[in-house]
Design a protein around this ligand. Structure first.
Ligand code: ADP
Ligand code: MG
Length: 713
């Protein structure tokens, strides 16, 4: 047994007073190994003492206390199992009835004339309020009211009661909170509180010290001290993260040089005139942002996000032509061959009368063709290369690469952006994503990336109607689809493969049986007179491309597909989409799918079916999908309903999870943390200021490895 004087932060919980090996094992289930863990194991809520109220101010269901004298007391039957003890507590504001069932002993102490404090939750009985089983504290006639403490409510586990955790936390807080290292010296806490206040976040005085923070989080003096303590910890967690991301950005940009590619008004006008439509204001704005980045001598690191169909490709083409006008090469990388070919066709059309030499690199090309293309790229005979990521990363040496555009980036892993650099020279980099990311999340994941957003859609596109359907509607829906096909439109049916959870893994034969079944049934029974096609990830690249090409050419009426259809496909004549088993897809993914249709002038129609029982959450999600067509709103909703995991898992972001901060809820604090981190690093790039030494240590401990901040250490 450890006594308070020998306790340290490293003491194992089983040696804490009153714990022992058995409870120690149970506490481990809560993640509590050492006394330090206990200090950072925060209550999920608090138990507040109810304020003494006037009796005529009591409300049903509102916990309260009342101080008064017992003016009546009666025990009805002492027999075990059916005794009732009732009493009346009275003061100048009224009388309150209190009742105890099967506690006959109450009659011994609660006698007429006794002054008491009773507390509990009043409920209506007959015509008036009463409290059943109130907590009773007997009071002397002149005695002052006891000061009831605010008590922590911890998450529990089997065999561990609230009272056990309170005993342990009380012990640790009293003995150890003063021993924690202070990451934010007082002057910093004063400054930061000022900045937080200036940005509208409520806080009085300075941020509390770490010792006060820990004590107040477990045993707050008031709600406001608890709030200040939370605020400090949330801020600290976020500023450490933002420091790490900003340090990484510095490291990437200061190490690397890129060719400065300036745009003149003439070049700009020449490029813009190529496009057969008027650019949207959003597109113009983003083009300016991109051009400004590319004119610097360190690499652009920008993400362009925009809903499907918002016209990102046009921005990418603009950037590539800026690079080419500056005498450099540009590469556009697509995730799939289908998309690469589609880009190749579009861009060839756009640039058909220019001198830009365009090349394509795809897996289905013969080895000889690929070698030939590689050689031309290497010799500088191709200005603009389009290809799949795998091939470009694997095979190509550029003569003079100025810009790399990555399309439809879904995996946001930290680090792949540096893949194309050679020595200290890196190309500018533009990543395009059609998965809208909530701002708070983007700031975290891409603390080291600039963000541009296209929100405005180009004019002249059909509206897409979305219907959330019941199984009973299926026949009617198929009739509607048939009517659309009869008008010459095309349709897509998305069916899940069985094992959709492992969506990043290649589909196996067994997985595709679900979509294959749907295909067979639709082809034979529902649409026997239509040309029905099948597309899934198990097809060879050639077969996939062939199916897509027939669909694009209009020789397939109805395409049954897994989510491989998701990315980037552009068939303007496709107007009806059916999504089966929709509850298995996230909102972002559903929205991506929906983006495949209504890309032409005709209105689009999406009908969403689910299978099996849905949970209320799933239903809520699909309702949101039915009701909004704005990808950013959906992303926020997905984030709210499912957390960041759905959009971009922690695995993909490569960052450790946050412990106390919540990106969505704490977005305002996040913004402050980001700007404070940035301005500190502007003055003190290596974070050598002694005031920041402990924060720096935390940055290294928590993020050093993931973000390879090693060079800074
Ligand atoms: P995204 O890649 O963002 O999904 P695209 O760049 O493929 O979108 O553009 C979608 C369609 O809209 C394309 O057919 C494109 O030619 C067209 N488009 C792009 N910008 C405009 C514009 N400003 N006005 C009219 N049509 C446009
Ligand atoms: Mg696109």
């Amino acid at each position: 047994m450890t006594t308070a004087s020998t306790l340290t932060l490293a003491t194992e919980v089983q040696y804490l007073p009153g714990v022992g090996p058995d409870r120690g094992r149970r506490l481990l289930k809560l993640g509590l190994r050492t006394a330090r863990d206990v200090l950072f194991f925060f209550p999920k809520d608090y138990e507040y003492p109810a304020p003494p109220l006037a009796i005529n101010a009591l409300r049903e269901g509102m916990p309260a206390s009342v101080v008064g004298h017992i003016t009546d007391a009666e025990l009805v039957s002492r027999s075990p199992g059916k005794s009732i003890f009732g009493m009346l507590v009275e003061n100048e504001t009224g009388a309150l009835r209190c009742v105890f069932f099967n506690q006959p002993f109450r009659a011994d102490t609660l006698v007429i004339g006794q002054r008491v404090l009773v507390s509990g939750t009043p409920k209506i009985s007959g015509l008036r309020l009463e409290i059943v089983h109130p907590k009773v504290i007997p009071l002397g006639d002149d005695e002052r009211l006891p000061q009831a403490p605010i008590l922590p409510l911890y998450p529990l586990t089997e065999g561990i009661k609230q009272i056990d955790l309170r005993r342990v936390s009380r012990e640790c807080v009293d003995a150890l909170s003063g021993q924690l290292a202070e990451a934010m010296p007082q002057s910093l806490r004063v400054t930061i509180a000022g900045v937080l206040r200036a940005s509208g976040i409520e806080i009085e005085g300075e941020l509390p010290s770490i010792a006060t923070t820990i004590a107040q989080l477990h045993y707050p003096d008031s709600e406001s001290t608890a709030k200040a303590a939370r605020l400090r910890l949330i801020f600290q967690e976020l500023v450490v993260m933002q420091l790490a991301l900003a340090m990484r950005r510095r490291q990437l940009t200061s190490d690397l040089q890129a060719p400065p590619l300036t745009t003149s008004a003439l070049i700009d006008a020449r490029i813009v005139n190529r496009f057969p439509f008027t650019l949207t204001a959003d597109q113009r704005r983003v083009m300016k942002e991109v051009a400004a980045d590319m004119s610097r001598q360190f690499p652009m690191n920008r993400m362009l996000q925009g809903d499907v169909g918002s016209g990102k490709t046009v921005v990418a083409v603009y950037a590539m032509l800026v690079a080419i006008a500056g005498g450099y090469q540009a590469v556009l990388m697509a995730p799939t061959e289908v998309l690469a070919r589609q880009h190749f066709a579009t861009i060839n059309r756009l640039l058909c009368e220019s001198r830009v030499r365009i090349g394509l690199l795809c897996g289905s090309m013969s080895a000889r063709e690929r070698r030939e293309t590689s050689k031309q790229v290497n010799d500088g005979e191709i200005d603009l290369l389009i290809g799949t990521q795998a091939l470009v990363y694997g095979e190509i040496q550029f003569a003079k690469l100025g810009l790399c555009v990555v399309d439809e980036q879904h995996k946001f892993g930290v680090g792949q952006r540096v893949a194309l650099r050679q020595g200290g020279i890196a190309p500018h980099c533009l990543v395009m994503s059609a998965t809208p990311i909530p701002r708070s999340l983007a700031m975290t994941l891409f603390g080291d990336v600039e963000l541009s957003t296209l929100r405005e859609k180009p004019p002249g596109r059909g509206r897409v109607h979305t219907y959330l359907a019941h199984d009973g509607w299926k026949n009617r829906w198929w009739q509607f689809v048939e009517a659309q096909l009869a008008e010459g439109r095309q349709g897509i049916v998305v069916a899940p493969r069985i094992n959709v959870d492992a969506s990043s893994e290649p589909e196996t034969a067994e997985d595709v049986s679900s979509v294959a079944d749907v295909y067979e049934r639709l082809r034979l029974e529902v649409f026997p007179n239509r040309r029905v096609g099948l597309l899934h990830g198990r097809l060879s690249a050639d077969d996939k491309a062939a199916v897509m090409q027939s669909f694009a050419a209009g020789s397939i009426d109805l395409l049954v597909s897994t989510t491989v259809i998701e990315v980037g496909i552009d068939v303007a004549n496709a107007t009806v989409m059916t999504i089966l088993g929709a509850q298995r897809f996230g909102l972002a993914q559903l929205h991506q799918l929906r983006g495949r249709i209504g890309r032409g002038a005709h209105a689009g129609h999406v009908c969403v079916f689910t299978d099996g029982e849905q949970s209320p959450d799933e239903y809520e999600r699909l309702r949101v999908f039915e009701q909004t067509d704005d990808g950013f709103e959906l992303a926020e909703a997905d984030f709210r309903l499912r957390g960041p995991g759905e959009l971009i898992g922690r695995r993909q972001s490569g960052l450790p999870p946050l412990r106390i901060a919540d990106l969505q809820r704490d977005i305002h604090i996040l913004q402050v943390a980001r700007s404070i981190a940035q301005s500190q690093l502007d003055d003190d790039p290596e974070l050598m200021d002694t005031e920041w030494a402990e924060l720096r240590l935390q940055v290294m401990r928590r993020y050093g490895k993931q973000l390879s901040l090693g060079g800074v250490a």
